[in-house]
Structure formats: C-alpha cells, structure tokens
Design a protein. Structure first.
Length: 374
C-alpha cells in the first residue's frame, strides 16, 4: 500500500526534541531557523560562530537553546547535551573545506572522524532516540572523474584530506550502525550527501560564492582558480528539505530509511565554475568582477563530480525545486538585502517560507521497499 504524506518537509517535527551539531555554521544556521519555524525544540551544540555569520546576523541564538562545545571533547559534548534526551540528532559539525584540510589534515580528521564517532557514541546512549542524520559530503566518494553521478552504493575514497575524512566518517557511521543500531524497533542511522551547497549567509573563506560576494561588495575582483571544474551546485534549502524528510521517517519507521542517501541537483545545475559565475552575474547589478589565476601551490582538486539522487526521488518523493538560475537569484537577493541593512532573520525566514510554498503539497512519500538501505 502506498503511504501519502501531503505536508511540507519537516512538518511532523513540531514539538520534537532535535539535537543539532554545527548550528552556528552556514547550513546549521539555515536548518536552525527552519526547525524553529516548524515548532521543534532545538538544542544546538557547536563551536562559537565565526565573524561574520548567519548565526549572529539572524539572531539565531535567541530562537534555540544554543550550547557552545567542541565535539572533539567528549566530556564537553556530554555536558552540552545534558538531560536534553533528543529524539532526533542531526550531526552537521565539521571542518567543511577542502583547501584548509591541506593546512591542517590532522585537525580535519580529528573533527570529521573522531568528532563524528563521539556524537554517534553519545547518541546510542540516548533513551528517547529514534535516529541520527549524519551529514557528510558528495566528496566522500572515491572520485574517478566519471561523467555519470555517484550512487549511494559506490565506494568511499578521497585524494585530499577533506574528502578522505568524509569517506572515513561514512565508514565510522556505518560501523556504529551495524554494531549498535540494529535492535528491532530501535533507532537507526542515516547518512546524507549533498552537492556543492550555496545560499545567503555563507561567509566562509576560500569558498567560491562567499568569495565572489565579498569581491562584489568591495569592488575587488575575485580570483578564480579552476573555471573548468564541474560540480553539482544547489541552494542550501534543497538538501535540508531532504534531511528533514528523513528525520520525519526516523520518527515514524527508522528501519525503512537506514542507510545512505544522496540529495543532489538536477543535471542542469551540474555545471562548471565559469558557467556558475556567469549565471550569478545576471542577478547582480553591474555584474561580478573576477580574474582567472591558477592556484600557485597547485594543490589538487577534483575536476568533475556528479551525484545521482535517483534513490531519494523514487523512495522519498524528494526532488530539487529550484533550477540553477532561481537558486542563484535567491542567493544574490540575500546578499543585497544584507548589504542594505535589512532584518536578516525576517529576510531569511521569508526565503524559507517561499521555498516551502514552492514545495507545496506535491510531496509524495512512498513506503520503503525492500533494499531501500545502502
């Protein structure tokens, strides 16, 4: 029998206790706002936000229970969680950039692998837990520069410290899943992999769109290292809608969704850097100044990466709602509003609401068939 849920992503999370690591980061900030609007009871655990940040700019600390702690410090993590008794854990805290992983490979592995292990081990001792959403990356795959998208059953790998650490985090999550999360009727782990995510409020150094936006606001041209590199680009709200969908399923029937899931864009949004910049320029008054200049140290980065999200399309009814131009338009609008001094909490919430309206009531949640896990 087909199961149909006709509500928007995350609507069944109202009143639920959600532990969110990495809530002071870019994706964590957007998810904190979305969960708050859904009426979830959110406790965030993270390092202090960097400056500037969406967390501070949108006043997210006033909306959720924010606890500052390092997931690499087990005792500190346990104190931050305390007696919260989460029903769902969404683990986002990470060292999230490729190039800084070359400067600090050990720190990258410490946070992305051992930090993940600490969160998973804390999770298995939570009495009300229904499931854990472990957020990794599309770069967790052993990238062979194939022209087709990677599927959830493809092997993990990584030729740079960041990518390898994300592959290792996936292996750790699967080990905890098989060792400690197999009790009938008990909680389960899902592992989620998104594409190259962008959107308003990302201020990270050495990340393409934040660098471009800083250049646009300062009038200085942005240095582009690899204009021909192809990536699966998507607005931050797209994968977050998939994470929320899985969180709902974990509450309802954890066994049906245990395993790995890709949430990537459509083929039209898997483009090279030059095309991305040209499209973004159409939504910025006067265009965007930049110059092409290969990286002097020649640190290797993958030239081609695609994701196959067929599993999420078929089994969850999930699909991208924004084409590339629409996603970049939302992003440009956010940074213009911020530059104009608008109320960025209200503006960001309005973008979330507009996205949810776009999802509408077309979502169809199918029952998980045999073999849904990967």
């Amino acid at each position: 029998m087909q199961v149909r849920w006709v509500t928007s992503p995350g609507s069944r999370l109202q009143g639920k206790r959600i532990l969110l690591t990495g809530h002071t980061g870019f994706k964590g900030g957007w998810l904190s706002l979305w969960l708050s609007r859904l009426g979830a009871e959110v406790r965030g655990v993270s390092l202090p936000p960097q400056e500037p940040s969406l967390f501070d700019g949108a006043g997210i600390g006033d909306l959720i229970d924010s606890r500052l702690a390092d997931i690499n410090d087990r005792a500190e993590l346990e104190r931050a969680v305390g007696d919260f008794r989460p029903q769902i854990i969404i683990h986002m805290a990470a060292q999230s950039l490729v190039r800084p992983s070359y400067a600090d490979p050990v720190g990258t592995f410490l946070t992305n692998v051992m930090g993940t292990a600490n969160v998973l081990d804390l999770g298995r001792r939570q009495p009300d837990l229904r499931g854990i959403v472990v957020v990794t990356s599309d770069k967790c795959y052993d990238n062979r520069e194939w022209v087709w998208g990677y599927r959830e059953t493809d092997p993990m790998g990584g030729k740079d410290p960041y990518s390898a650490s994300k592959g290792a985090a996936e292996l750790a999550a699967e080990a905890w899943s098989q060792s400690f999360f197999q009790e009938p009727g008990g909680p389960r782990i899902v592992r989620v992999r998104a594409g190259n995510v962008f959107g308003g409020g990302d201020w990270a150094e050495d990340r393409l769109i934040p660098d471009i936006m800083r250049g646009a606001r300062s009038g200085q041209p942005t240095v582009i290292r690899n204009p021909g590199s192809v990536r699966p680009w998507q607005h931050v709200l797209e994968p977050l809608s998939g994470y929320l969908t899985l969180a709902e399923w974990l509450l309802e029937d954890p066994e049906r969704v245990a395993g790995a899931w890709n949430f990537g864009p459509g083929n039209e949004a898997t483009v090279d850097v030059a095309t991305l910049i040209a499209t973004l320029s159409l939504h910025w008054p006067g265009g965007l100044p930049y110059r092409i200049e290969p990286a002097p140290n020649g640190l290797p980065e993958a030239g081609l990466l695609r994701l196959d999200s067929t599993k999420a399309h078929v089994k969850l009814g999930w699909k991208p709602r924004l084409d590339l131009s629409s996603a970049l338009s939302l992003t440009a609008e956010w940074y213009r509003a911020d530059a104009e001094g608008q109320d960025m909490r209200a503006f960001t919430e309005a973008q979330i609401d507009a996205y949810v309206d776009r999802c509408g009531r077309e979502l169809v949640f199918h029952p998980m068939n045999d073999g849904a896990s990967a």
